[in-house]
Ligand binder design. Structure first.
Ligand code: ADP
Ligand code: MG
Length: 263
C-alpha cells in the first residue's frame, strides 16, 4: 500500500517527514459564509496521501467548518474541493458513496444510542458499502480489537466510558475504509485520564499511513504524529509548518498569541 509506505518511509527524526506525491484532498479558493459571517476566506489547502495535518486555531476560527465542507456536511460558496480527484456532488446516492471515502470523528462521539457497539461499526459497511452482514460483522470485531474495545462489542454506547465510545467511533469510521479521516476535537469531551487511550489509537493510525486531518490542541499528538500544523484565524490559514518549528518558533503574531494561551 503506497500510503503506508510513504508514511513509514521516515528519516530518523522525531517527526516523520511529509509525504510526497499527488495530494489526496485539494481545497482551492474555498469561501463559505454564514449570513454576513465570512467563515472560510479563500482557503487553499492540499493534503497528501498518508499525511497527518493538525489544524489549530482559536475558537470560532473556522476549524469545524473546514472539516464539514470537506465532507459536504456544509456547502461552499465558491472554490472547489476534491478528494482523490473527485468533487463531491451536492446530494443523492453518489454523495453517500463518495462521502464514505471521508471518515469523520466528532467531539461528541455521535454513536447510535439504540444500537450495540458492534452494530454501530457494522451499519455503514452494510448500508452504504453493501457488504454482506457476516463479512461486516467479522470486520467490525477485528476493528474493535484494533482499538482495544473488543470485549464491549455487545454493549450499548451509554454503558461505555467516553474514551471507549470515542474508540468505537474511530472503529466505525475505519469500517468504511475511508481514504481520509477528519477528527474534530476528538478528545475535548473526554475526562483527562481517557485522552491518551484515544490519542494512542490515533497515533497508531498515523503510523499505519492513514491520511488524517485532526483539529486538536493536543500538542503531544502533533509532535508525535503530525507532518504539518495548519494554524487558522478568522477563517484563514494564517501560518503552517512542521510541528516542531510551529510550536517552538511561530512566525505570526496571531500564532504566538494563540500559543501563549494554550501552552
Ligand atoms: P471553530 O471550529 O474553529 O471553533 P467553527 O467552524 O465552528 O469554528 O465556526 C466558525 C464561525 O462560524 C463561528 O463564528 C461560528 O459561530 C460560525 N458558525 C458555525 N456554524 C454555523 C452555523 N451553522 N450557522 C451560523 N454560524 C455558524
Ligand atoms: Mg470547532
Amino acid at each position: 500500500d503506497q500510503a503506508v509506505e510513504t508514511a513509514t518511509n521516515e528519516a530518523s527524526t522525531a517527526s516523520p517527514s511529509r509525504p510526497v506525491g499527488p495530494p489526496l484532498v485539494v481545497l482551492e479558493g474555498v469561501d463559505k459564509h454564514f449570513g454576513d459571517l465570512h467563515v472560510l476566506q479563500h482557503v487553499d489547502l492540499q493534503i497528501g496521501r498518508g499525511e497527518v495535518v493538525v489544524v489549530l486555531g482559536p475558537s470560532g476560527s473556522g476549524k469545524s467548518t473546514l472539516c464539514r465542507v470537506i465532507n459536504r456536511l456544509e456547502t461552499i460558496g465558491s472554490g472547489s474541493i476534491t478528494v482523490d480527484g473527485q468533487e463531491l456532488p451536492a446530494e443523492g446516492r453518489e454523495l453517500a458513496r463518495l462521502r464514505a471515502d471521508v471518515g469523520m470523528v466528532f467531539q461528541s462521539f455521535n454513536l447510535f444510542a439504540h444500537k450495540t457497539v458492534l452494530e454501530n461499526v457494522m451499519l455503514g459497511p452494510v448500508k452504504v458499502r453493501r457488504r454482506p452482514a457476516a463479512e461486516a460483522r467479522e470486520r467490525a470485531r477485528e476493528l474493535l480489537r484494533r482499538v482495544g474495545v473488543e470485549s464491549q462489542a455487545d454493549k450499548y454506547p451509554a454503558q461505555l466510558s467516553g474514551g471507549q465510545q470515542q474508540r468505537v467511533a474511530i472503529a466505525r469510521a475505519l469500517a468504511m475504509e475511508p481514504k481520509v479521516i477528519l477528527f474534530d476535537e476528538p478528545t475535548s469531551a473526554l475526562d483527562p485520564e481517557m485522552v491518551n487511550e484515544v490519542l494512542d489509537v490515533m497515533v497508531g493510525l498515523a503510523k499505519a499511513g492513514m491520511t488524517m486531518v485532526v483539529v486538536t490542541h493536543e500538542m503531544g499528538f502533533a509532535r508525535r504524529a503530525a507532518h504539518r500544523v495548519v494554524f487558522m484565524a478568522d477563517g484563514r490559514i494564517v501560518e503552517e509548518g512542521d510541528p516542531e518549528s510551529f510550536f517552538t518558533a511561530p512566525r505570526t503574531a496571531r500564532a504566538q498569541d494563540f500559543l501563549s494561551k494554550i501552552l
